[in-house]
Design a binder for this molecule. Structure first.
Ligand SMILES: *[C@@H]1O[C@H](CO)[C@@H](O)[C@H](O)[C@H]1NC(C)=O
Ligand SMILES: *[C@@H]1O[C@H](CO)[C@@H](O)[C@H](O)[C@H]1NC(C)=O
Ligand SMILES: *[C@@H]1O[C@H](CO)[C@@H](O)[C@H](O)[C@H]1NC(C)=O
Ligand SMILES: *[C@@H]1O[C@H](CO)[C@@H](O)[C@H](O)[C@H]1NC(C)=O
Ligand SMILES: *[C@@H]1O[C@H](CO)[C@@H](O)[C@H](O)[C@H]1NC(C)=O
Ligand SMILES: *[C@@H]1O[C@H](CO)[C@@H](O)[C@H](O)[C@H]1NC(C)=O
Length: 449
């Protein structure tokens, strides 16, 4: 198969499932390049003995979360260090942080989240499935993982230590007024015949570190939202991606179109990073459209409804020109697939849409002001309010709002339908000099840049 790309600068293909940015390889001219997907290019690589669950790059090192291990690699992908996180012995009498050390292991510890926090010190947070999703904090000294490690919450018992739910977790850390907040969103299984998470895990919650930095606490008594009673276990909800931009924290979800609808779509969720109680909360449908110009003027529209992966980055000057953006504008790159009818299951047909976060915010503002909203279906504590406010930002003077926008204006496919026969599963974007380089991963393990 051969694909022609015109608006990306270089192309890398590999059959490895473990990948990262290969800046050094980007020497192709901006002119049209031909991509031969049956060729394997030689990239620096490192082979782990288990599938990569989480991956993070910081200060030239690569941190990888796999079952029962965290691995640190150097920039040229040599192993620096390995830190054991399991298996552990779990049981009702056992400590969440340590399990029962004197008993033989009975549970693997799958890596569920990996994030970097640098406001105080360089700290790597990692969360696994063991201990109902407790996390550890690694103070990185010269990139070393094992020198100073705390399990977050071996000695508090208010539930704030249970971070990662079994169906998947997204975490955003944001510094607000000298305090770091952790926004955590826990998925519900998309396949509702699988067991739902125990009620230990809030659907959305906000935490900060205790002064001693060895445990979490909620930022307020009401700093969480849970699925409405009765929906738990019966409402597939997948948090696919999360990010911070300006005054807001965003989550991208895949869920049902409506309460009783069987069809699935993607939503953008926005909340204020300064809000202690998630009282400035709004959701909006988000899909990607590909219009094919037919021979006889007729154009057919294809809707890509299921988000597979996303990435927020600054645009290179090429894209800034094309999209009329400012230098520090955040841009969302989103890889979508078409689903099977009435199912969240993706088919091998994908596309990438690109939209600036400023534009997303202007859609939110527009639709709310025009009254295209309704109360949330799936969360408790949402009520119909008079939405007659003039602004819906994060100001203290504003009344709270928790609502769902009923309209959307979908962005258009960025790659002119080039991925109509491919299932894209990952995306990362870096501006390199003047260009915006997107690295796309496919379901069969290829990486396209
Ligand atoms: C792609 O690469 C394969 C393997 O090198 C080669 O056999 C094939 O002819 C190439 N296809 C095109 C269209 O260049
Ligand atoms: C842990 O993982 C290993 C390797 O995948 C597997 O053989 C073993 O059965 C797992 N143990 C438990 C308790 O699930
Ligand atoms: C499980 O692994 C995570 C990292 O993936 C770690 O933070 C956590 O402390 C481990 N849990 C236990 C009980 O060892
Ligand atoms: C970044 O890496 C350099 C070189 O390895 C090291 O000296 C420095 O301490 C690291 N900085 C941080 C913040 O970890
Ligand atoms: C849901 O999970 C059940 C049990 O693992 C499985 O039999 C079924 O095929 C799954 N359904 C879908 C749509 O994946
Ligand atoms: C919203 O404002 C309009 C015009 O100021 C007013 O007529 C209407 O009654 C208000 N609606 C609510 C729900 O307050």
């Amino acid at each position: 198969m051969s694909i022609t790309l015109t608006d990306v600068t270089c192309i890398v293909v590999t059959i490895s499932t473990l990948w990262w940015d290969a800046n050094g390889q980007c020497k192709e001219p901006r002119e049209t390049s031909k991509l031969n997907l049956s060729v394997t290019y030689n990239l620096p690589h490192f082979v782990l003995d288990a599938p990569v669950q989480k991956l993070l790059v910081f200060n030239g090192s690569v941190y990888v979360g796999i079952t029962n291990k965290l691995v640190a690699l150097s920039g040229d992908l040599k192993k620096i260090q390995e830190y054991k996180t399991g298996p552990v012995h779990e049981g009702p009498q056992c400590n969440a942080c340590e399990g029962c050390r004197d008993r033989p292991p009975n549970a693997n510890n799958t890596s569920m989240a990996l994030l970097m926090e640098t406001y105080y010190d360089p700290e790597l947070f990692s969360c696994g499935t063991a201990g109902n999703g407790v996390c550890s904090r690694h103070l990185l000294e010269d990139g070393e993982l094992g020198v100073d490690v705390n399990c977050m919450g071996s000695h508090n018992n208010d539930g704030s230590r249970y971070i990662a739910g079994p169906a998947g977790t997204q975490i955003v850390n944001v510094e607000v007024g000298g305090v770091v907040r952790f926004f955590v969103a826990n998925s519900e299984p998309l396949n509702s015949s699988l067991p739902s998470s125990p009620r230990l895990h809030h659907t959305i919650s906000i935490r900060k570190m205790w002064e001693t930095q060895d445990r979490f606490e909620f930022v307020s008594e009401h700093s969480y939202m849970d699925l409405a009673p009765g929906l738990r276990g019966n409402y597939p909800l997948h948090y696919v991606y999360s990010f911070q931009s300006g005054a807001y924290v965003y989550f991208l979800t895949v869920q049902r179109e409506g309460g009783t609808s069987k069809a699935f779509h993607t939503r953008i969720v926005r909340t204020c990073s300064s809000d202690l109680e998630l009282l400035h909360y709004v959701e909006m449908p988000f899909e990607c459209i590909y219009s094919e110009k037919g021979r006889r003027k007729r154009s057919t529209q294809m809707v890509f409804n299921i988000l597979q992966a996303a990435h927020v980055a600054k645009a290179g000057s090429d894209l800034r020109r094309d999209m009329d953006l400012k230098e520090d504008d955040d841009v969302l790159f989103a890889a979508f697939a078409r689903s099977r009818p009435d199912s969240p299951e993706p088919t091998a047909s994908s596309t990438v849409c690109v939209i600036s976060v400023a534009k997303i915010n202007s859609f939110f503002k527009d639709f709310i002001q025009k009254g295209h909203t309704k109360p949330l279906y799936h969360f408790t504590g949402s009520e119909e309010k008079p939405y007659n406010q003039t602004s819906f930002g994060c100001g203290k003077h504003e009344k709270g709002y928790r609502l769902e926008v009923t309209r959307t204006r979908p962005p258009e496919d960025w790659f002119n339908g080039r991925f109509r026969n491919v299932l894209l599963t990952s995306i990362a974007v870096v501006p390199i000099h003047d260009h915006t380089v997107a690295t796309l991963g496919t379901a069969d393990g290829r990486v396209i840049q």
